[in-house]
Design a protein around this ligand. Structure first.
Ligand SMILES: *Cc1c(COP(=O)(O)O)cnc(C)c1O
Length: 381
């Protein structure tokens, strides 16, 4: 089956009890057993849950993976992944990643003795130099957050595998509709389903997909042992979201392409970061490994940080808010919002400008979005 069909049907046959076409939201914490240990595959809702199982199958199918696991948030999924490591293990991580990922690694797991090196991972020689004997995981985002850098996933996977490390790709920005990291050589995909998979800014969730059976079994154990599971209604909302993922992503990409072109031509705009622009250094790689270029754009207006910050509160349709990937357009200032937990020196090493503004381009009429940006630029000029 092709992507859009899989998205609507995988993991969701009509309910055998009633014929309901939508997966039921099983609001139950426990399941009656016929005899001790004899049951229908469900005993306690943290361990296994039917609405969650439907979503786990769905997410696995979207990533063309054997196995899927869902969590209470993207960060809960990331926590389970790093909890597969032990003290002394080493992780090479892209420097341009979600601020909460950086915070989790440096402020939580470093104190357990896991060792992290942050590099500009899209420059593959930086990755090569950072790999050590003790490296277990190479962790990256492509496109990255918020600079939209592109890493060659096949080449990064080859380098990591030569040294015996596994590759984790945070595929939140691209979504499996645009990019399938496992097919390119990565070992694990992680998602914040809060974003495009949910798609409607009404739920927080996370997911992992992999073909690695041993790793899956360990993660399944950790999901139950550590307990960061999503509730049944949350799973239902993400399942409803993925049904329209293909059609939404096409429109996100189309709107973003138009907006990137508008910004690039605007004389008040100093820089536009969008992998769909032929001038983007990762454009050719993105063209090879992605179906299209996504709905996220970063930019910097001429006139310094103050003007850029002022701009983020002058838009009327683009709402000033954290998060991304919903039907509504959002604007944010990463260094005071999503990436506030990254120290200034670290941001500078990654080339993240203090003035940078990030757009999550939604599904409104693109003419309205362009007018909104145009007015907001003029209002700060
Ligand atoms: C939001 C986000 C996360 C964290 O996910 P939560 O669901 O907020 O815990 C991780 N990675 C990326 C790229 C994100 O945008």
């Amino acid at each position: 089956m092709r992507f859009a069909t899989t998205a609507i049907h995988a993991g969701q046959p009509p309910d055998p009890a009633t014929g309901a076409i939508m997966t039921p939201v099983y609001l139950t914490s426990t399941f009656v057993q016929q005899a001790p240990g004899v049951h229908k595959g469900y005993d306690y809702a943290r361990t296994n849950h039917p609405t969650r199982a439907a979503l786990e199958k769905n997410v696995a199918a979207l990533e063309s993976a054997e196995h899927g696991l869902c969590f209470a948030s993207g960060l809960a999924a990331e926590t389970a992944l790093i909890a597969t490591l032990k003290s002394g293990d080493h992780v090479v991580c892209g420097r341009d990643v979600y601020g909460g990922t950086y915070r989790l690694f440096t402020k939580v797991f470093e104190s357990f003795g896991v060792d992290f090196t942050f590099v500009n991972i899209h420059h593959l020689d930086e990755l090569r130099k950072a790999l050590k004997k003790s490296t277990r995981i190479v962790w990256l985002e492509s496109p990255s957050n918020p600079l939209l850098t592109i890493t060659d996933l096949a080449e990064a996977s080859r380098l990591a595998h030569e040294r015996g490390a596994k590759v984790v790709v945070d595929n939140t920005f691209a979504t499996p509709y645009l990019q399938q990291p496992l097919a390119l050589g990565a070992d694990v995909v992680v998602h914040s389903t809060t974003k495009y998979l949910g798609g409607h800014s009404d739920v927080v969730g996370g997911a992992i997909a992999t073909n690695d059976k041993n790793l899956y079994e360990r993660l399944k154990f950790l999901q139950n042992a550590m307990g960061g599971v999503p509730g049944p209604l949350d799973c239902f909302l993400v399942l409803r979201g993925t049904k329209t993922l293909a059609v939404r992503m096409r429109q996100h990409c189309e709107n973003a392409r138009r907006i990137a072109a508008f910004l690039r031509e605007h004389r008040d705009v100093k820089q536009v970061f969008y992998p769909g622009l032929p001038s983007h250094p990762g454009h050719e790689t993105a063209k090879r490994q992605m179906r299209d270029f996504g709905g996220m754009i970063s930019l910097e207006l001429h006139g310094g940080t103050e003007r850029n910050i002022a701009f983020t509160s002058k838009t009327k349709i683009f709402a000033l808010a954290e998060s991304l990937g919903g039907v509504e357009s959002l604007v944010g200032h990463p260094i005071t919002m999503t990436h506030a937990s990254i120290p200034k020196e670290e941001r500078q090493r990654g080339g993240l400008p203090d003035a940078l503004v990030r757009l999550s381009v939604g599904l409104e009429d693109v003419e309205d979005l362009i007018e909104d940006l145009s007015h907001a630029i003029a209002a700060t000029g």
